[in-house]
Write a protein that binds this ligand. Structure first.
Ligand SMILES: *Cc1c(COP(=O)(O)O)cnc(C)c1O
Length: 602
């Protein structure tokens, strides 16, 4: 669904709304409206990104004046909001797109639109008033069922945060766009960007839900679901029933946003890497998740889940961790909230990642060694699940990636989606466009990649590239390149793609990077892979280490080895000079210094 924001008139406010990424902005050229643009300088409109349609809104204006203002302001769309005839409307279509608006009430005769069908590009259905729109009131949207022509329409009139849920339920095949106006204002003509941003999220989420998002049964195409022992059912079911309501709650959003800003340090910068851009012949941008508190994207999800746990009344948090990164993020947010924290970790991993064990302890967490099986991540996961079964009422289990039974993959993706949400806005500031040509991210379980892809999924022209760890080579027997080596099966409670033996035993993955050393990918990734919405590639240890060194020495940024995998992929791609390329720098390399030092012999 497209979004039009109408009734703008103040320069700074126009720029702020444009940065949110609407599809249409409307400027009212009707002197009697409190939102009349008056003598708005032409430069203000010229500064709006070309991807946004600039719409002049007229009420019974002369053709001469409309043409004058089209030329003056560079409108590419006109909205005729008075009693203009079909012929009058059609006259502008050789240079602009034409929207013809009608006031609708319960007696509205859709038959009168037939004469317009071949003379306009869109209809707009607004609430019928004595004046010409701007009433802030809705009409009875059921009446839209009587509209049967093939011309797509905008819906206008009183749309607000309170009724967006109703708007989303309208399933008319010609429903093209919503028109947001008076209910998103602080005063006539001045838009409340916070409210608009919330509305954009809700509207765009809807589209995701329909296309690549999870369905109501917890599946992404063939993947997902909740394959759990019966004893876990009550815990997972409680989450499933509550998570959407909690996440969409205004108090939750306010607390999440505040912590993202003041605790995590968001928005993380979108950095234009100039030397990289020169080297690779495109505009290369780094999304700097490495600058977050605790050094990676993992904190975004940990904050989201601890706030959710609080609202579910939980008193205790458990988590599993492989390399310790997710354990540290979880211990951090538990300290922040004063909640007890138990982290399960394989004995071998505890030895390999001793500094992270110390960090968790310093933050007040209890680290419980998992000493069964291979004494690594999957054994830690089993121990955590056992704990959760034993403590269903007071304990929340924080999973660290877009994996696990539904609703975890969707929940974690939503928390991480702040990455692409910010990126879209920042790209408009850097490039004047919301969409890049390429988006790259590394994939372990897939949470930084899903956060980086999320708000671009629907924009099919954006090429998404997910980089897996090939380890010592895809065919070496020491690899974590899941889509290359895996088959469909069930891992950690969801149907996905995983590395397994012919009889279904999980194969131990290998990567020099601890965060990518995972035998599966989240179910949404399995789906994006299978339907080819994203491209899955792999990069070896050696390629990643070289890329980490290059980034350190060319940009002065020591990246995590995980993120270095995404950087290494640049070597294998061909770009046009005008291409905009965004790479998720998921984390900083401080934690990997020992590995870098050993590898390069510094
Ligand atoms: C944990 C981690 C990853 C891998 O996890 P995803 O869920 O695939 O994002 C990637 N980068 C960094 C820095 C990590 O800490």
């Amino acid at each position: 669904m497209k979004i039009k924001v109408c009734g703008l008139k103040q320069p700074e406010n126009i720029a702020a709304v444009a940065a949110l990424g609407a599809n249409y902005l409307g400027f009212i050229c009707y002197g009697r409206s409190p939102r009349y643009i008056g003598a708005l300088p032409v430069e203000v409109l010229a500064a709006i990104p070309a991807s946004i349609h600039k719409t002049g809104v007229f009420v019974n204006e002369t053709a001469q004046n409309i043409n004058l203002l089209i030329d003056k302001y560079g409108f590419d769309t006109v909205q005729l909001h008075g009693d203009e005839s079909p012929e009058f409307s059609n006259a502008f279509r050789n240079k602009v797109t034409v929207i013809k608006a009608f006031g609708v009430d319960n007696e509205f005769d859709f038959g009168q639109l037939e004469n317009y069908a071949n003379n306009v590009d869109y209809f707009m259905f607004d609430t019928k008033t004595s004046g010409y729109g701007g009433s802030g009131k809705t009409f009875n949207w059921d009446i839209l069922n009587n509209y049967r022509l093939n011309v797509p329409f905008f819906l206008s009139g009183g749309i607000s945060l309170d009724n967006l849920d109703e708007v989303k339920k309208i399933s008319h095949p010609q429903f093209y766009a919503v028109d947001l106006n008076s209910r998103f204002e602080t005063e006539p003509g001045i838009k409340n960007t916070d409210k608009l941003e919330q509305a954009f999220d809700i509207i765009k989420n809807k589209t995701l839900q329909m296309k690549y998002g999870v369905n109501e049964h917890g599946y992404y195409g063939d993947f997902g679901g909740a394959y759990i022992p019966e004893m876990l059912y009550p815990n997972v079911e409680e989450l499933r029933q509550q998570y959407i309501n909690i996440i969409n709650d205004a108090d939750f959003k306010a607390e999440f946003d505040d912590l993202m800003k003041n605790y995590v340090g968001r928005p993380s910068p979108l950095y234009h890497a100039k030397r990289y851009s020169e080297k690779y012949g495109a505009n290369i941008f780094f999304k700097r998740e490495d600058l977050n508190h605790t050094g990676s994207h993992k904190i975004n999800n940990a904050i989201g889940q601890i706030l959710l746990a609080k609202r579910l009344g939980k008193k205790r948090i458990i988590a599993e961790t492989g390399a310790g990164q997710h354990g540290v993020a979880t211990a951090t947010v538990c300290a922040l909230m004063g909640i007890e924290c138990v982290v399960y970790m394989g004995e071998i991993d505890m030895a390999r990642q001793a500094p992270n064990v110390s960090r968790m302890k310093m933050l007040g967490a209890t680290v419980m060694p998992a000493s069964s099986g291979s004494k690594t991540l999957k054994d830690a996961t089993n121990e955590a699940l056992r704990d959760w079964i034993a403590n269903p009422v007071d304990t929340h289990y924080i999973i660290g990636s877009v994996v696990g039974p539904y609703p975890y993959p969707d929940m974690v993706a939503r928390f991480q989606s702040i990455i692409s949400k910010e990126t879209k806005k920042q790209l408009v500031e850097h490039t004047g466009k919301e969409l890049p040509e390429y988006v790259l991210a590394c994939v372990g379980g897939g949470s930084n990649a899903m956060g980086m892809f999320y708000h671009f999924l629907d924009d099919e022209q954006v090429k998404l590239v997910a980089v897996e760890a090939a380890g010592k080579g895809v065919d070496s027997g020491h690899s974590a390149a899941t889509t290359f080596l895996g088959q469909e099966g069930v891992l950690h409670g969801s149907r996905t793609i995983l590395m397994q033996t012919p009889d279904g035993q999980v194969i131990e993955p290998y990567s020099i990077s601890a965060g990518l050393d995972y035998p599966g990918i989240g179910p949404q990734h399995a789906h994006l892979y299978k339907i080819n919405r994203a491209q899955y590639v792999s990069v070896t240890d050696d390629e990643a280490m070289q890329a980490g060194l290059l980034c350190s020495q060319m940009e002065g940024i020591i990246p995590a080895i995980e993120s270095s995998h995404a950087l290494a992929q640049l070597e294998k791609m061909k770009f046009n000079p005008s291409d905009n390329v965004v790479i998720c720098l998921s984390g900083r390399g401080d934690k990997d210094l020992d590995t870098f030092i050993k590898y390069f012999g510094y």
